[in-house]
Design a protein around this ligand. Structure first.
Ligand code: HEM
Length: 218
C-alpha cells in the first residue's frame, strides 16, 4: 500500500497577483506625476489629463468585458457594476466642457496601452491581468486619489465620478468577491503564468502613461 502523497494547497491566483506585483505597485505609485498630483503640487488640468488618458483604456477594457461576458470561463470575472466609461465621460464633460471630445489629447503611451488591451483582451489570462490591475486599483488606491483630488483641486463629486462605484455599496465586500472570482478561474499553469506576466506588463503600461503626463505637467 502506498502512503498518500502530501500535497500543499496551491496558492490562490489573487494572492499570487498581490505578491508578484508588490514591487511594481510601489514603483507605480511613486511615479513623479502621481506623487505630485496626490500631494497637491499640480493643477486641476493635470487631473483632467489623467482622466482623459483613462478613457481609451477603459473603452478597450470594457469592450473586452462585453466580449468575455458570453464566454464560459470568462463570464465570472465580468461585473457590470465596475463599468467606468459612462462616469469618465461625465467627468470629462465637466472638466473640459461640452466640446470635451475635441479638447482632450490622447498621449502616445495611452494609445499603446489601449491598443495592447484590444490586441490581447480576448484571451482570459490577459483580460484577467488588465481587469485586476485597473479595477482592483481603482477600488483601492483610487479611493485615496479621489479624496486627494477633492481636497487639493476644489472638486466635488463632479469631475471625480470615475472613482465612485454607485453599484458597489461595500467596497471591501466587493473586492473580496472579485478576488474569489479570480481564484475560481479555470486556468492551467501556463495561463496562470501568462496572467502574472501580463499583470506586470499592465503596471509598466500604466507607468509609461504617468511618465508622459509628468513631461507635460511636472
Ligand atoms: C495613486 C497612487 C496609489 C495609491 C495611493 C495606491 C494605494 C493602494 C492601496 C492602499 C492598496 C491596498 C488596498 C487593500 O489592501 O485592499 C492598493 C491596492 C492595489 N493597487 Fe494601488 N495605489 C496607487 C496606485 C496604483 C496604480 C497606479 C495601480 C495600477 C495601475 C494600482 C493597482 C493596485 C492593485 C491592483 C491593487 C490590489 C492589490 C491586491 O490586493 O491584490 N495602484 N493600492
Amino acid at each position: 500500500m502506498s502512503l498518500p502523497v502530501e500535497e500543499t494547497a496551491p496558492v490562490p491566483l489573487s494572492a499570487l497577483l498581490r505578491e508578484r506585483t508588490r514591487a511594481a505597485h510601489g514603483e507605480a505609485n511613486s511615479e513623479q506625476f502621481i506623487e505630485e498630483l496626490l500631494s497637491g503640487g499640480l493643477s486641476r488640468a493635470a487631473h483632467a489629463d489623467l482622466s482623459a488618458q483613462l478613457l481609451p483604456v477603459y473603452e478597450a477594457l470594457e469592450e473586452a468585458s462585453a466580449a468575455l461576458g458570453d464566454d464560459d470561463r470568462g463570464a465570472g470575472l465580468v461585473f457590470t457594476e465596475l463599468a467606468r466609461v459612462p462616469a469618465l465621460e461625465r467627468d470629462l464633460a465637466f472638466l473640459y466642457g461640452p466640446a470635451w471630445r475635441d479638447e482632450i489629447r490622447i498621449l502616445p503611451a495611452t494609445h499603446a496601452y489601449a491598443d495592447h488591451i484590444r490586441e490581447v483582451g480576448g484571451s482570459l489570462p490577459h483580460y484577467a491581468a488588465h481587469s485586476y490591475t485597473r479595477y482592483l486599483g481603482d477600488l483601492s488606491g483610487g479611493q485615496i486619489v479621489k479624496r486627494m483630488m477633492k481636497q487639493h483641486y476644489g472638486l466635488e463629486e463632479e469631475g471625480v465620478a470615475f472613482y465612485t462605484f454607485p453599484d458597489i455599496p461595500k467596497v471591501k465586500v466587493f473586492k473580496d468577491a472579485y478576488r474569489d472570482a479570480l481564484d475560481q478561474l479555470d486556468l492551467d499553469d501556463d495561463e496562470v503564468t501568462a496572467t502574472l506576466d501580463e499583470t506586470l506588463l499592465a503596471f509598466t503600461l500604466n507607468r509609461a502613461v504617468f511618465t508622459e503626463l509628468a513631461e507635460i505637467h511636472c
